[in-house]
Design a binder for this molecule. Sequence first.
Ligand code: CP
Ligand code: NVA
Length: 304
Amino acid sequence: MKRDLLSIQELGYQEIFEIINLAEDVKLNSVKYQSALKGKSIGLIFQKPSNRTRVSFEIGMFQLGGHSVYLGSTELGMGGRESVKDVACVLSRYLNGIVARTYKHADIEELAKYASIPIINGLSDIAHPCQALGDIFTMEEKFGTLERLTISYIGDGNNVLNSLMCIAAKLGINMRVATPKNYAPDKEIVKIAKSYAAKSGSTLEISNDPKKAAKDADVLYTDVWVSMGQEKDSAKRIKAFKNFQLNDKLAKLAKNTHVVMHCLPAHRGQEISDSVMDSRHSVVYAQAENRMHVQKAILLKLLK
Ligand code: CP
Ligand code: NVA
């Protein structure tokens, strides 16, 4: 049976570690995997722009001996020129897997329903599972362990946060989230993440107080205030988030050993100051690099 990766919710504790451990081996011994997906092809259906996700999947697939084809919104017109179902059924006959970045999560679910090949979520309005897996890999690499870590996320209750909350809670990592009042994460996803935290014995606190969230943190994490597709609300959002910038004042509250993470792209001077983004605590470029190693592991797991 084919397996998809639409959200962190569908991965077990063991499976998350299998991906992370494989990513570590792929990173250290890339030559060993250079023909692992020889003769296989993936399609990249992207309705929104991308740097990291597109390039790391394309190059990752190439480094595994496979091939990828980029299908931007103007070529494919999924949901307009052709139905999601027809796209799924036709591409299943050419390809071995699809990475999809859509506006609506429901479109990725529909692709998965009709495709006979694995569908990987490359970012939807509610989830970014590849990012969360890459981030956990980076944390393990930087701290040598995930035990007793506290992640503080300051900013918008968005797709990146949803996946990060779920993976942290599943793995027993404590998390403190601070968002402005009307920008809290999705209630249903918080409920799910809290149920994982109850099982793993970790804590998940949601507040509107960035200082409280940042205090003694191991990881300070933020993301843009205006996600792709929300551009018309830019002015309103920038105003609402003005006290939620990850800057030196907040960073001083975290542990001396803390790392700063951002999924990127960053809007320097908005959600993160230049000084924090470029500080010795920042691991944002290592974090971006690790997307590729983790995604190679995901491709190996799903396509082999
Ligand atoms: N973090 C991330 O997914 O970046 P891109 O939007 O550039 O792919
Ligand atoms: N929250 C951002 C993440 C980009 C990787 C967005 O959806 O635009």
